[in-house]
Design a protein around this ligand. Structure first.
Ligand code: AR6
Length: 170
């Protein structure tokens, strides 16, 4: 768990091997962090998504593209679950997002990876529950040297920091 860094800031400014995009299953852009990633990457990102992934991406899975105009070399797009109360498989699907992204990053030999808080915005996942899953899955990873989660606001940063402290003291 020592390698996980919780950062406050804008994911699109991260100078890493890959940033992770909290996308929707169409992989055609959207609001939230997805909109910010597409704006910062430029239109080439959408064109690559359309060409390489005509069928989009299922919830819990991930797909890689290049970073286009972003400082990051790649974008790994993943589709988090929409929160429906917790009994519709949301925890397993959210864990699967983190695992799928990390598996793709390892396949490509990437050593620095920055996540957003997947499903914690428009998709409505409760932050403490999402933080526990995100940080536990990130902690299982063994090959990526620089693993970050980049959070936009003080409020969510505080929640993730508290959950990381709790996990470290267990
Ligand atoms: N840097 C870091 N975090 C950000 C940024 C940014 N630039 N912008 C937003 N966030 P969301 P979701 C935070 O809604 O819940 C899109 O329309 C935000 O404050 O982006 O997985 C997609 O196309 C929140 O904490 O993703 C999907 O339809 C977190 O990123 C849908 O939203 C995730 O919020 C996905 O919803």
């Amino acid at each position: 768990m020592h390698r996980i860094r919780i950062v406050k800031g804008d994911l699109t400014r991260e100078n890493v091997d890959a940033i992770v995009n909290a996308a929707n299953s169409a992989l055609r852009g959207g609001g939230g962090v997805d909109g910010a990633v597409h704006r910062a990457a430029g239109p080439g990102l959408l064109a690559e998504c359309v060409e390489r992934y005509p069928n989009g991406c299922a919830t819990g899975q991930a797909r890689i593209t290049t970073g286009h105009d972003l400082p990051a070399r790649h974008v790994i797009h993943t589709v988090g679950p929409v929160w429906q109360g917790g009994a519709a498989g949301e925890p397993g699907l959210l864990a699967s997002c983190y695992r799928s992204v990390i598996a793709i990053a390892e396949e490509h030999g990437l050593t620095s990876l920055s996540f957003p808080a997947i499903s914690c915005g428009i998709y409505g996942y409760p932050w403490p529950e999402a933080a526990k899953i995100a940080l536990s899955e990130m902690a299982r990873e063994s090959h990526i040297e620089d693993l970050r989660i980049v959070l936009f606001s003080n409020d969510i940063h505080k929640v993730f920091t508290t959950v990381l402290e709790e996990l470290q003291s267990d």
